[in-house]
Design a protein around this ligand. Structure first.
Ligand code: PLP
Length: 415
């Protein structure tokens, strides 16, 4: 594999091969990561990276676009079919630039935006103080209910009435419950705000119907094309007809130059994969696996933020259940062959670099073919590590068991 890199640059080749093996050996529980198909990988590495295509199909500034136009047009059509929207722009380089474009299209600098605070599960681009979204806009953060740890619609309504935001953002990075986009629409209408649904994390669940659909309610929808959707690393922005012009202008000439044509091809391929019936079963299974894993962990007295999950992810408050900080927990799990990220919990007394919990998600392991019964094994390991985070011998023994367990899921890579 990667024969040309091997010949030309052995040092980098070695790192690449080691990473390839790591991805096959460990249990990948980071909810934003996944395994794409071989076709998506092939497209991402294709010769389309050699072509410049500033503009949009039929309206470019460089010659030689006839095949690129075919590809980008198909990508847009498939995105519209997949998410049932009027218009799709497939050019955003990633999720963060897609959000920037939505702001650029709908707002003036200094306008007020309202999103969930970072420490409760919002994204950096939803108004975090060091991000463009708070530097160039007036950011007002809403928080979850301290008791239930779920979205507090009454608080959002009160804040909206007080601050009169021009944009309200629904859609999160580390939130385990479903979002009621209809209530968000009602609140937005009350104060004349636009509604942005950022479905980066829940894109696959929206497609399968395992999560409510924002399309009837949101003015603009943004998403990554990676994460549960299983496309290449990239962004996608969708909107109602009336915002089409503003969105397209915000991307180009507003924010970006030439689109990444190789990634556009990979997006088009991933969208077709997501239109196939077996994508629905995959997404259904993501939610079933998350539910099963959460129930196993609750039986073992783990503290789950909001008391569980009805999406693809869960947040374990390990400080509360095991007096174990999230960073120490994640590092111990890693030694045992389980990869996750540490994460803040609502109203976390500890800082983001050493927060009280970890975040666990099921998209990647579902892609490999794991089902509910496999969640028993994973829950056992998580429990064992939580009780013995400093027992290096035990962690190493566990890593070998995980390696053995993963041998049962290698057929995905051979396909
Ligand atoms: C991942 C994510 C993004 C950003 O995506 P990048 O591709 O990492 O820039 C934006 N919003 C939400 C809710 C996300 O989860």
């Amino acid at each position: 594999m990667y024969e040309n890199i091997k010949k030309q640059d052995p040092l980098l080749h070695e790192a690449l091969i080691l990473e390839d093996q790591r991805q096959k050996d460990q249990i990948r529980l980071i909810p934003s990561e996944n395994y794409t198909s071989k076709a998506v990988l092939e497209a991402s590495g294709s010769i389309l990276t050699n072509k410049y295509s500033e503009g949009y199909p039929g309206k470019r500034y460089y010659e030689g676009q006839e095949h690129i136009d075919t590809i980008e047009t198909l990508a847009c059509q498939r995105a519209c079919e997949l998410f049932k929207v009027d218009h799709a722009n497939v050019q955003p380089y990633s999720g963060s630039p897609a959000n920037l474009a939505a702001y650029f299209a709908l707002l003036e600098p200094g306008d007020t935006v309202m999103g969930l605070s970072l420490s409760e599960g919002g994204h950096l681009t939803h108004g975090y103080k060091l991000n463009f979204s708070a530097k160039f806009f007036n950011s007002v953060s809403y928080q979850v209910d301290p008791k239930t740890e779920t979205i507090d619609y009454d608080q959002i309504k009160a804040l909206a009435l007080k601050h009169k935001p021009k944009l309200i953002i629904a859609g999160y990075t580390a939130y385990p419950r479903q979002i009621d986009f209809k209530i968000f629409r009602e609140i937005a209408d009350l104060v004349g705000a636009y509604l942005l649904a950022d479905i980066s994390h829940i894109n696959a669940l929206v497609i399968s119907g395992d999560h409510p659909d924002p399309a009837p309610y949101a003015d603009v929808i943004t998403t990554t094309t990676h994460k549960a959707l299983r496309g290449p690393r990239g962004g996608l922005i969708m909107c109602k007809k009336e915002h089409k012009k503003a969105i397209d202008k915000a991307i180009m000439p507003g924010l970006q130059g030439g689109p990444h044509n190789h990634i556009t091809l990979a997006k088009a391929i991933a969208f077709q994969e997501a239109l196939e019936p077996d994508f629905k079963s995959y997404a259904n299974q993501i939610a079933k696996n998350a539910k099963a894993l959460s129930l196993r962990l609750l039986e073992k007295d783990f503290a789950l933020v909001t008391g569980g999950t009805d999406t693809h992810l869960m947040i374990l408050n390990s400080q509360k259940s095991h007096k174990l900080g999230g960073k120490d927990f994640a590092k111990a799990l890693y030694k045992a062959g389980l990869v996750c990220n540490y994460n803040t919990v609502p109203f976390d007394p500890n800082p983001p670099m050493n927060p009280s919990g970890i975040r666990i998600g099921t998209p990647a392991i579902t892609t490999l073919g794991m089902q509910e019964q496999d969640m028993n094994f994973i829950a056992e390991i998580i429990d064992l590590v939580a009780k013995n985070p400093n027992n290096l011998e035990l962690l190493e023994k566990t890593r070998l068991e995980v390696l053995d367990f993963m041998q049962g899921f290698q057929s995905f890579f051979a396909k």
